[in-house]
Design a binder for this molecule. Structure first.
Ligand code: X5A
Ligand code: ZN
Length: 676
């Protein structure tokens, strides 16, 4: 199932006819710049192109008053003077004779997208529209917005498709107060918005944009505001907000559909936002949302006023919707103090309404006050190696707006996205047509040489499996293959993993993340040089060994699994910035298919998607199939209503995080506040 791109050229018609410094940034070139770049990159051609239709009067009436709709209709026949006079009745608004037509196309585009996704025509999509929508209210235009495109789409999804749980993620840099007002008492719509706030000193200057606005009546806890009180928020801040605030709530909510108010004025270079997040960050945000709602994600353009940054960020979003792996994030992964304070205050405000926040915030984290110092970052790397240079962490601070786009991408896309290298090619495997079943093996002599130090690799079956694994790994290290799965006899799992680590490190990986589930012993000679991050979950080793060798006996079977991924695995992984990921399901891993799929899908955000999953040979073909599909970019199945972590699990996790936090800053969920 593909990706829809909904557009209509007519939406470039509306434009500002008089002088107004506040409104002049919302111009037609925003759409043409984004679309041109999508074409240049060959992305538009990969989408299902849908021509936007106008929303009907009834559809607009789902959220707007009839009086307001007819007021906007009348602007079609007004002269410039009258248009200007009417515009002055609203905050940051201009009308043009084409505004009504454009705004109906913008709302209609969102409806078409939702229909295409909910009827199964496509998996996901983007509506490239203007005017934007999220500031618009029941009877008012506001902030360049005329009709509330995303709100109309949500109301339509409820009314026409009978949905009960819709998540709206508003990553535009402004508060979508229009959406908030329309759904504040509605528990079927969870609205999340982060926005430049500066303690209320930034437009639209509303008290109700703060973290303590959490909805009302039945809708208490279904409005989630994350106000940024400083400009300059970057990749680490945005990722921390998703991992520690949005995603725990989103999984607990278990949406049937995700709508994105996709404004790109939150990206670097934008004159409104003044933020620092790079376009690649939007690939990661998109990828994180794709694990929800069975991958049903509908993004609709809102703001974004730096044409270059906008075009690039739109490409990142579409590319990710199409299933391409996200490029690695640049810059130090250390959230700033102000971001942590904001995240903490939003978590505190939401805690009464969400189980996933309660246990955690009840337990103070045993740690020292955090600082800005990047001392917790892994040490610098040895230069060289044939692997993608862009994957190496940039020691420099976030690049200046003028130069952020001309970093050459040094990684050509691998020709094969996913390879399955099982010992006995399985005919019952259900795989996407372009997933390759690997025939090849590494040379016998070479395989034997790697196997020699390990007793458990002496058996013929283990050697055969190792040969296939090494061949796959080499394909990944050479950049021909992006991701893959391989199998090994259970008795040889630990040794095979050890060989894979050594081979990866000696053949070009500069930082290798190994996530080992179940009874997999840490390789005895695993170096402590910062090039390998070893993370064992559900094994028998005691908790928290050191910065680069982390173990937790936490059983993955329990509801603690999600907290473990969001609160431990991903923060460590994003902080480490690996260029190769090994995920091994060892003896007694206890993971069910959907859980293993979710973990793999989320680890795909690392290392440009260069992820090798190692399974036990007697795993079911279903497990191999689901992992191959997820590594290939398909959405993991929904986990359904999540069972919550047991208090003991949460305690164990909190303790471990407290130990590791001084070194791994992405683990921080908030600024340290001493108990009252
Ligand atoms: C959609 C959007 C911004 C309005 C800013 C007014 N609106 N100063 O980004
Ligand atoms: Zn905006």
């Amino acid at each position: 199932m593909g990706t829809a791109l909904v557009y209509h050229e007519d939406m470039t018609a509306t434009r500002l006819l008089w002088d107004d410094p506040e409104c002049e940034i919302e111009r037609p070139e925003r759409l043409t710049a984004a679309l041109d770049r999508l074409r240049q990159r060959g992305l538009e051609q990969r989408c299902l192109r849908l021509s936007a239709r106008e929303a009907s009067k009834e559809e607009l009436g789902l959220v707007h008053s009839p009086e307001y709709v007819s007021l906007v209709r009348k602007t079609q026949v007004l002269g410039e003077e009258e248009l200007q006079a009417l515009s002055r009745q609203f905050d940051a608004i201009y009308f043009h004779p084409s505004t009504f037509h454009c705004a109906r196309l913008a709302a209609g585009a969102g409806l078409q997208l939702v229909d295409a996704v909910l009827t199964g025509t496509v998996q996901n999509g983007l509506a490239l529209v203007r005017p934007p929508g999220h500031h618009s209210q029941r009877a008012a235009a506001n902030g360049f917005c005329v009709f509330n495109n995303v709100a109309i789409a949500a109301a339509h999804a409820k009314q026409k498709h009978g949905l009960h749980r819709i998540l709206i993620v508003d990553w535009d840099v402004h508060h979508g107060q229009g959406i908030q007002y329309l759904f504040e008492d509605d528990p079927s719509v969870l609205y999340f918005s982060w926005h430049r706030y500066e303690h209320g000193r930034f437009w639209p200057f509303l008290r109700e944009s703060d973290a303590d606005a959490v909805g009302r009546g039945q809708g208490l806890g279904f409005t989630v505001n994350l106000p940024w009180n400083q400009v300059g928020m970057g990749n680490a801040d945005y990722m921390a907000a998703f991992l520690h605030l949005l995603l725990p709530l989103a999984f607990e909510f278990d949406p049937e559909l995700v709508l994105v108010s996709a404004g790109f004025d939150s990206a670097i270079g934008d004159p409104e936002g003044q933020m620092q997040a790079t376009p690649e960050c939007f690939a990661h945000l998109t990828q994180l949302l794709q694990v929800l709602a069975g991958g049903r994600v509908c993004a609709m353009l809102e703001g974004g006023y730096h044409l270059e940054s906008l075009a690039e960020s739109v490409c990142m979003t579409v590319q990710t919707l199409l299933g391409d792996p996200a490029p690695p994030l640049s810059g130090p992964m250390v959230p700033c103090q102000s971001a942590l304070e904001s995240i903490q205050s939003a978590r505190a405000a939401q805690a009464p309404y969400w189980k996933s926040l309660q246990l955690q915030d009840a337990t103070p984290v045993p740690t020292s006050p955090s600082t800005h110092s990047p001392e917790g970052r892994p040490p610098p790397l040895l230069p060289g190696g044939p692997m993608c240079k862009a994957a190496a962490p940039a020691p420099a601070p976030a690049p200046a707006p003028s130069s952020f786009l001309d970093q050459p991408c040094l990684c050509p896309a691998p020709s094969v996205r996913t390879t399955v290298a099982l010992t006995a090619p399985d005919t019952t495997l259900v795989l996407p047509p372009d997933v390759i079943q690997q025939e090849g093996s590494a040379l016998r002599e070479e395989t034997e040489a790697w196997a020699r130090p390990h007793k458990s690799l002496a058996r013929e079956e283990a050697l055969t499996a190792l040969g296939k694994l090494l061949y796959l790994l080499d394909g990944m290290l050479d950049g021909q293959v992006n991701s893959g799965i391989a199998a090994t006899p259970a008795s040889a799992a630990a040794a095979t993993l050890d060989v894979a680590i050594q081979r990866g490190l000696s053949h070009g990986a500069q930082r290798l993340l190994c996530v080992a589930l179940g009874q997999l012993d840490r390789p005895p000679d695993l170096a402590h040089d910062g090039r390998t991050l070893w993370l064992n979950i559900g094994g028998k080793e005691a908790a928290a060994l050191s910065m680069f060798h982390v173990s937790t006996p936490l059983p993955v079977m329990t509801g603690g699994f999600l907290s473990c991924i969001l609160g431990l695995v991903l923060p460590l992984a994003y902080g480490f910035q690996p260029d190769l990921v090994l995920v091994a399901l060892g003896p007694g891993h206890g993971l069910q298919g959907p859980h293993a799929a979710l973990l793999s899908a989320m680890l795909r955000g690392l290392a440009g998607g260069r992820v090798l999953a190692l399974l036990e040979e007697d795993s079911t073909p279903q497990l191999a199939g689901i992992l191959a599909r997820v590594l290939h970019g398909e959405a993991p199945p929904s986990l359904g209503p999540s069972s919550m972590a047991s208090p003991e699990d949460v305690q164990a996790l909190m303790y471990l995080r407290g130990q590791l936090e001084p070194q791994w800053k992405m683990l921080q969920v908030g600024a340290f506040t001493p108990q009252k």
